[in-house]
Design a protein around this ligand. Structure first.
Ligand SMILES: Cc1ncc(COP(=O)(O)O)c(C=O)c1O
Length: 416
């Protein structure tokens, strides 16, 4: 019965399935004995979801029509598009104008919608796209949903971004395919917490320029965790200046999300922010992304868009949220410190970490056994293809203290 294109396309035992398992366990076991490091949402040390008071207040005070009515445009309201631009590109707007670099915004159902639209809009069926070797598993599902194949580029060379492998993979693929979509989830990559330095971004751009002499390059920079960058707001956005005045056949799309940045996970509000030196490419983007929205979810939550528009129309709101987030980033820093110090004590290896919600322990062998062993001790960490992800965003500081020791014990248990 099912369409051939969907046969055997199943979601794996991802974060949501494990979270259900934890919920069951909580019925019979005291929560203090459970470590739930499965979901990528931010909890306080009492394991309650963190929500910005300001965001909640704005939402509750919206006129009903702004919540229940249809949004004004399929690709998003004009106010929302302006707010997204201000949030992400305000420091670079002059540079973009001066260099005749065009920007356009399409509202999407979360950052997920932005990724989906980009894959659907810019890859041909059967194409291969490039993803990082440590990644958010939904990228694979999203590529499968669009009948795409994927290859991975190696993220790390020791403690830095592996520019050599990145360059080789892109050049090989573009020479064959004449077009390539590359996903870079930065800053605060999910699942490793790595952020490229500005110099690494400069080198990435040089590689993309080289690749663009062989064909069309589409860079999808997923910025879902941008506001939890330990370097602060300005530095988290610094590399966007490098997207000005690029060759016309390099097209940049930023996948923007209100989920983490404004604790609006359930409001499903995000955007594609398109950047190009070509007016023609931007015109294509405008009509095609609107078409894709209309034919997948139509328009997005009016309330979600109204929240962001309000925040960027009122400096007080923005200042309150920024000040609040600075405190939350302090909490993340504290949790990271506790975990990493204990990891070092235990000699537990981890991927390079710079900031954000997650830390990854690379594991090449016996992963299933290690996970089973941990689950028997009521410890739930997210399995990746090549490691396990620790969500410092959702585990209280006290519980994170003992986690490295337990993980190390589990790994050592299966070393021969
Ligand atoms: C790396 C990454 N990108 C994008 C998203 C998209 O989030 P949303 O669709 O909720 O905006 C997530 C959510 O977990 C993520 O981890």
């Amino acid at each position: 019965m099912l369409s051939k294109k969907l046969i055997n396309k199943k979601l794996g035992q991802g974060a949501f399935a494990m979270a259900r398992q934890v919920k069951e366990l909580k019925k019979t076991t005291d929560n203090s004995k459970i470590i739930n490091s499965t979901i990528g949402t931010f909890f306080d040390n009492n394991e309650n979801l963190l929500i910005f008071d300001t965001v909640e207040k704005i939402y509750k005070e919206l006129p009903p029509v702004d919540i229940f009515g249809y949004a004004s445009g399929v690709s998003g309201s004009a106010e929302y598009k302006e707010a997204v631009k201000k949030d992400i590109l305000s420091n670079h707007l002059d540079l973009f104008t001066k260099t005749k670099t065009y920007i356009d915004v399409t509202a999407t159902a979360g950052g997920t919608g932005a990724i989906h639209n980009t894959f659907k809009g810019y890859a041909e069926e059967g194409d291969t796209i490039l993803l990082p070797n440590f990644m958010w598993e939904a990228y694979v599902n999203l590529s499968q949903a669009n009948n795409l194949n994927y290859q991975t580029y190696n993220l790390f060379d020791n403690n830095s971004f592996d520019l050599k492998d990145f360059s080789e993979k892109i050049l090989t693929l573009i020479k064959k395919q004449k077009k390539v979509i590359i996903v870079i989830n930065d800053p605060c990559q999910n699942p490793t917490g790595y952020s490229l330095s500005f110099e690494e971004w400069e080198a990435v751009i040089e590689i993309l320029k080289k690749a663009s002499s062989y064909g069309e390059v589409i860079l999808l920079n997923d910025i879902a965790y941008i506001d939890y960058d330990f370097r602060g707001k300005e530095l988290s956005r610094k590399h966007f200046s490098l997207f000005a005045n690029l060759p016309k056949n390099i097209f940049v799309i930023l996948a923007y999300s209100m989920s983490k940045s404004f604790t609006c996970y359930g409001l499903r509000s995000g955007a594609q922010i398109a950047i190009s030196s070509s007016q023609e490419i931007m015109e294509e983007f405008s009509y095609s992304s609107e078409f894709l929205c209309r034919t997948s979810w139509s328009n997005i939550s009016k309330g979600g868009m109204a929240i962001l528009s309000e925040i960027f129309n009122n400096d007080n709101y923005l200042n309150e949220i920024d000040a609040n987030r600075i405190e939350w980033v302090k909490l993340l820093k504290e949790r990271a410190k506790v975990f990493l110090e204990n990891a070092e004590k235990e000699n537990l290896n981890h991927c390079p970490f710079k900031g954000g919600f997650f830390i990854t322990i690379p594991i090449s062998e016996h992963k299933e056994k290690i996970l089973k062993y941990l689950i028997e001790k009521n410890i739930f960490v997210l399995p990746l293809k090549n490691g396990i992800r620790v969500a410092i965003c959702s585990v209280p500081t006290e519980k994170l203290k003992k986690l490295p020791k337990e993980i190390k014990k589990a790994i050592d248990n299966f070393q021969i």
